[in-house]
Design a protein around this ligand. Structure first.
Ligand SMILES: C[S@@+](CC[C@H](N)C(=O)[O-])C[C@H]1O[C@@H](n2cnc3c(N)ncnc32)[C@H](O)[C@@H]1O
Length: 267
């Protein structure tokens, strides 16, 4: 019997935990399979708990970490328990992590580095070596009850690793897709250099918008998050565009209303 509601086990830039309820409320009431091509920390996937889901991310280490937690979270937790939170250990683990072959060890290193590095950022160089500096935080790497709950919650999910376009083969008009790409940054540049060695630039935003139009023409419903910018509004002109207030926006409301998030849909 599941008692703990599974929550993200990593800190992830652009994580939607605070907005998950509003995003869920904007979803269709019924669909067959749920697709999430930009999974990240999984806040929406874990909150939704759909019976049939396909989850994808271009970050291979991240996807392998989900799979290792699903397959044997206790082993991942056991190794995490033995990793000291000191700068010297962080540097040693960071240097060896990309050479590790065992999936559960790679998963433990991923979580360890996420929780001990500066602001939980993810950045790798061209050789795929993690290169975020040490963060000097005194916090738990994981909560055993939550890791167990995540493992259970993702047991039947189909994970894919690759570009967002590739995981949508086989979608039908009974399915539903939620897209949460790296945001187009207000101020004119894309939020392109987080998450993976490859960049998410304007060309990727154009490609995603073209894919959304193609899905729309096939009668497949989708919902998409992005920044409240002219660039995004122009890309998705003709679709339903809803402003979504984050907690930060609501706090600012009395002084200066500044909605940063858009939720766009074709239904
Ligand atoms: C805004 S984050 C998703 C956050 C997630 N919804 C959450 O709540 O944590 C965007 C994700 O897209 C992934 N990504 C970047 N480029 C991608 C691509 N071309 N195809 C698929 N995923 C990509 C990143 O690795 C990152 O995890």
């Amino acid at each position: 019997m599941q008692t703990v509601t599974a929550k993200p086990f990593i800190k992830w830039a652009g994580g939607k935990q605070a907005l998950a309820d509003q995003i869920l409320a904007a979803m269709p009431k019924e669909f067959e399979t749920y697709f999430e091509p930009f999974l990240g920390g999984g806040s929406v996937l874990l909150a939704l708990r759909a019976e049939s889901s396909v989850a994808n991310d271009a970050n291979k280490w991240l996807v392998e970490t989900y799979e290792a937690i699903r397959d044997d979270w206790r082993r991942v937790a056991g190794l995490l328990d033995s990793l000291p939170n000191t700068k010297a250990d962080f540097i040693r683990i960071r240097a060896q992590s990309h050479l590790e072959k065992h999936p559960w060890k790679r998963a433990a290193y991923f979580i360890y580095l996420n929780k001990t590095c500066f602001r939980g950022l993810f950045r790798v160089n061209r050789q795929n070596e993690f290169n975020v500096p040490y963060g000097e935080y005194d916090r738990r790497y994981y909560d055993p009850e939550n890791l167990a709950a995540v493992s259970e919650a993702i047991r039947t999910i189909k994970f894919c690793c690759g570009d967002f376009e590739l995981c949508l083969d086989g979608t039908t008009s009974n399915d539903f897709v939620y897209f949460d790409p790296p945001y187009y940054k207000a101020g004119g540049f894309s939020d392109f250099n987080r998450y993976t060695a490859e960049k998410f630039r304007d060309a990727e935003h154009f490609r995603l918008a073209a894919l959304c139009r193609e899905l729309d023409s096939r009668g497949i419903r989708w919902l998409l998050s992005n920044s409240n910018t002219d660039f995004v509004r122009t890309l998705y002109r003709g679709f339903m565009i809803q402003e979504l207030e984050s907690r930060r926006d609501i706090n600012l409301r009395s002084r200066q209303r500044n909605v940063t998030e858009l939720l766009i849909s074709n239904y």
